[in-house]
Every structure is written in structure tokens, then in C-alpha cells.
Design a protein around this ligand. Sequence first.
Ligand SMILES: Nc1ncnc2c1ncn2[C@@H]1O[C@H](COP(=O)(O)OP(=O)(O)OP(=O)(O)O)[C@@H](O)[C@H]1O
Ligand code: SF4
Ligand SMILES: [Mg+2]
Length: 347
Amino acid sequence: MTPADSRATVDCARNETADRSAALLSVRQLVKTFPGRRTRTGRATPPVRAVDGVSFDVRAGETLGLVGESGCGKSTTGRMLVRLLEPTGGSVAFDGVDISHLGQRAMRPLRRSLQMIFQDPHSSLNPRQRVSRIIADPMLVQGIDAGAARRRAAELMEQVGLIPEHLDRYPHEFSGGQAQRIGIARALATQPRLIIADEPVSALDVSIQAQIVNLLERLQQEMGLAYVFIAHDLSVVKRVCDRVAVMYLGRIVEIGERNEVYTTPAHPYTRALLSAVPVPDPVVERARERIVLQGDPPSPAEPPSGCTFHPRCFKARDICRTDQPLLRITGRGEREVACHFPETESV
Ligand SMILES: Nc1ncnc2c1ncn2[C@@H]1O[C@H](COP(=O)(O)OP(=O)(O)OP(=O)(O)O)[C@@H](O)[C@H]1O
Ligand code: SF4
Ligand SMILES: [Mg+2]
């Protein structure tokens, strides 16, 4: 059996045992491959397997953090979850409905419940539209009349901490933090149940980041929202998430309950990422272990053999160069780790 075959077997087993009905969002073996292109010299570049068999669930009202270095496939995953991108393989089920290949028309009723917030607030807002139009648009698409949509837009401005009288302004008249609040108001317009937040605070000043995170937490409590919170900043994720999934080169390498992952990371990559997060206590900060990752992540167009993390891993052995480790339950609880030598087992 090839590593890919054995992975498929294990994932089938996970599919059978996982209770899809309990999850609001259920993602199974999600794959996105971007085709290669032709360079100026006529050479064809290989296809990019940006997301390579990702599986997870999100329950109603919870926050799942999706973390990893730049280029590991976080945004591509997020875009497939809301069907801004069509998966090459695998499935996304929202509230029990398989949306993986639904067309625009069939997606329309589900779009109410499934929204996205983007990293760069200004570039995600149409500069030529007034804020009233930007926030009302998702409601107009759902058939709500213009007067009611405008009134609701004013309420939403207030709910996200903006002045309703500023409804007729344009996006450039707002700061970055205010523009992100507009993006959040737009996402809330249709009373969603799940929001995919793709690096929602990364482009903002640190002081503003805290305000937006507070706002997202308050809205979650008020409206029972679930979030998939995409970020590369592990401190932010620690604060907002119930569970965390760590991605490396298109795959989840560790997923589990937040406190478990943060206090006893089992995958060497998770350990390395967490070792780079500063600790506020100066005594602990001086004493803590630091693992410096060598080099940059490899290209998903030419992934290394076996465990794709092996060229950078401080624990790599011969088997890591040849055999791809499967995501499997490690230790207690629901934690899953893809490593031949996870931290909780004796090596
Ligand atoms: N439209 C596309 N065509 C070809 N390759 C793409 C496309 N979109 C993304 N990729 C590639 O897919 C991989 C994953 O990209 P993605 O944007 O999902 O990563 P990310 O984890 O969100 O990174 P970042 O933290 O920088 O936002 C990268 O190698 C990227 O270059
Ligand atoms: S499988 Fe091997 S190379 Fe991969 S993370 Fe585990 S120890 Fe490191
Ligand atoms: Mg991204």
C-alpha cells in the first residue's frame, strides 16, 4: 500500500466514525490543486497542491483557529469553505448540505449563513460604493427591500461600534480598524451562523487588533456565531479559539483543544511555532526553550518526500524521509497529530 493509499484508508475510517450531523461545518479530505503555468522560456511549472487532504469539523458557536506559516494553504482552505473557490477533491458540508460543487444559484440561500471577513479591510471594500450600499448589498441579494436593508445597515453600524450617521461615507474616509468593522458589519448583515475570518487583524495596529478581537468575541456571545479564525499570530489564536489546527504545506499536522495544543504541543512543527511566541513573564521568557526552524517552507509544487516537514525537523529520522505520517489520535482526548515521533509518545 502506498502512503497515499494508507492515508485514504485511515481517512475513510475517520469519515465513518465522525458524527457529521453534530458539526455545523464538516470538511473531509479537501484538496485544491492550481494548474501549473508556462514560463517565458516555454517551460511548464508543476501544478501547485495548495491544500492536500484537509479534514476537520466546526461545531455551532465554537471557534477553530487555523494557523501556519505563509503559503501553507490557510486562505485557499478558507475560500473553499465559502465556495469562493471550488475544491479539486474532497467535500465541504455546511449544516448537512454538501456545498463542495454547488453553483452560485444553489449557494444563494446558504450564503446567508456562511460569510467571510478578509485580511485587508480597505481592499475588500468597493471604494466607489458608499458604506450603506456595501453593508446592504448582501441583504439586497437575499431579496430584502432597500428601505429595510438601509435601516438594518444603520443598526449594524452601531452594533460594530461605528456611527450610523456615517453610512453615506466612502471606505477611504475610515481608518483601517474602522474599515474592518465595516467588513464585519457586512458579514453580519444576513445573520450568519459561521464566519470564516481570514487574518482579520493582521493588517491592523496592535492596539486596534485587540479592539477588533474584542468585537468578534462579543458578537460571538451575542449571536452564537461559529468562527474559523485564520492567523499566523499564535498569541491571537490562543486568545480567541476553542480548538486549533496547525497547517504545514497544505496539510493539518496537529489539531486539538486549544489548551492541550498550547501547553503540550505534540508535533515538532507546533513546538517550533510556539517556541517563537514571547511570554510576558520575564523569568519564564528567559528560561523557555527556543526552536529555530531552518530555511523557508518548501514549495507545494515540489513537496519533499515522506513527511514534508523532514528537511526542517530537528527530530527527523530515516523513516521520515520515506513514509508520510498519517494524522492520528495521539495521547488523551481528541488530539490528532501527523508525526512518526509525536511528543507524547516515547521515542
Ligand atoms: N490562484 C493561485 N494560483 C496558483 N497558486 C496559488 C493560487 N493561490 C494560492 N496559490 C499558492 O497556494 C499556496 C497556498 O496559498 P495560500 O494563499 O492559501 O496560503 P496562506 O497560508 O493563506 O498564506 P499567507 O499566510 O501568506 O496568507 C501558495 O504556495 C500559493 O502560492
Ligand atoms: S514525522 Fe519525522 S520529520 Fe515529520 S515531524 Fe515527525 S519527527 Fe519530524
Ligand atoms: Mg492567506
